[in-house]
Write a protein that binds this ligand. Structure first.
Ligand code: PLP
Length: 381
């Protein structure tokens, strides 16, 4: 959910996308993105207009042409999307398929690259955080293997950038894209991209005009018209990046790790299990196995419609201005985590699921207290 300060930033008067007063903000966004991605010197940092899929398309459109040899690592829905898009750009795609719900074994990638032979694969494409299964793939190891075989890496960090470590320079990634609406904390509509000097040196002539990196660089760096960027979305992205740096990137990673672990403790105390094994889990998406006989869609609808919306997300009536800021200011913090578990227990038990009342909240609150996130009963405040 989006912080109130980010929502407020979008009320800033709209500047033209080439207005001299707007340009310093764009430059600052690029600098902040460089720090967030930990991108090497000389990288072209920008935010593509559109959602995460637009960053996927921008990176593919500039690295893939007829016959480009792509090795796609597929462990879920978004890996399949990478394959589909590379095929539409007429790549010759080979695949390493991992079991859905498990991180891919880098050994499988090593074998595929070795079988193809050095120089036989141009691009290794992989999703870092596979949202569809809640799995984190070992991108660092995959990128090192790609480098050994002189292949570039094209990486989707849509569900990781900002909440899991991503180190474009340290891991030697080449073309990397994300989105604004998940881990960065802004509305959807922009897709931050890190395009390194190596990616640039191997770019292909883009068959897409809109996604042409050279034309995009003309705008972002050389201030030449390409398309009309939304300054409102840039204000939001900028404010979200400022908030992120105020918290500190490592603090934010750590906060999400702690909350993930506390949530898992709570879920397990309720007898629920996550799909991926502990070592493969995302901190940002917790994929829970649905107990037999439970209608998962109905449970989700009840939690969102009847509990979370009722308390936070519904627009306030004009008579409740005292509560303004509540609906959009909500962050997934410790109290919300406990509220969520209690709501989940309530709706599951109403649907006939058997678990010890209060067990989830109690286990999660113990985990949060042991990390100093909330006070234990009797502890001085
Ligand atoms: C891993 C991953 N990649 C790509 C996308 C596509 O992003 P968008 O829906 O913002 O276009 C998503 C969306 O959920 C995603 O989770």
């Amino acid at each position: 959910m989006i912080a109130a300060r980010v929502m407020r930033a979008m009320a800033t008067p709209v500047f033209g996308h080439l207005d001299p007063a707007f340009i310093p903000l764009l430059d600052d966004v690029r600098e902040r993105l460089k720090r967030l991605f930990q991108a090497p010197e000389g990288s072209f940092m920008f935010a593509m207009s559109g959602t995460g899929t637009s960053g996927m398309e921008a990176t593919i459109a500039n690295l893939v042409r007829d016959g480009t040899r792509v090795l796609a690592v597929v462990t879920g829905y978004f890996g399949e999307q990478l394959v589909e898009m590379c095929r539409r750009y007429r790549a010759t795609v080979s695949r390493v398929d991992g079991e859905w719900g498990r991180a891919v074994d880098p050994e499988a990638v090593r074998v595929a690259l070795r079988t193809s032979g050095t120089g036989a694969i141009d691009v290794v494409a992989c999703v870092h955080a596979e949202t569809s299964t809640g799995v984190l793939n070992p991108i660092r190891e995959i990128a090192a293997l790609a480098r050994e075989h002189d292949a570039l890496t094209l990486v989707d960090v849509v569900t990781s950038l900002g909440r899991h470590p991503v180190d474009v320079k340290g891991w030697a990634l080449d073309a990397v894209y994300s989105c604004t609406q998940k881990c960065i904390g802004a509305p959807s509509g922009m897709s931050p991209v890190a395009w390194t000097p190596l990616a640039h040196s191997r770019r292909v002539a883009s068959r897409s005009f809109y996604f042409d990196i050279t034309l995009l660089e003309d705008y972002w760096v050389r201030r030449k018209y390409h398309h009309t960027l939304s300054s409102t979305l840039i204000y939001a992205l900028h404010e979200a990046l400022v908030a992120l740096e105020e918290e500190g990137l490592e603090n934010r990673w750590e906060r999400h790790r702690r909350h993930h672990l506390a949530l898992v403790r709570g879920l397990e105390a309720m007898g629920l299990h996550l799909l991926p094994p502990a070592a493969d889990r995302l901190w940002t998406v917790n994929a829970v196995r649905v107990p037999p006989g439970i209608d998962e869609a109905a449970i989700r609808r009840r939690i969102v419609d009847r509990i979370l919306d009722r308390n936070w997300r519904r627009p306030r009536s004009p008579g409740r201005q005292d509560l303004a800021g509540g609906p959009d200011g909500i962050q997934f913090d410790a109290p919300l985590l406990l509220l969520f578990l209690s709501a989940l227990e309530h709706v599951l038990r109403t649907a006939g699921y058997k678990c010890i009342p209060g067990a989830g909240v109690s286990a999660a609150s113990d985990a949060l207290a042991s990390e100093g996130e909330i006070e234990r009963a009797g502890q001085p405040s």
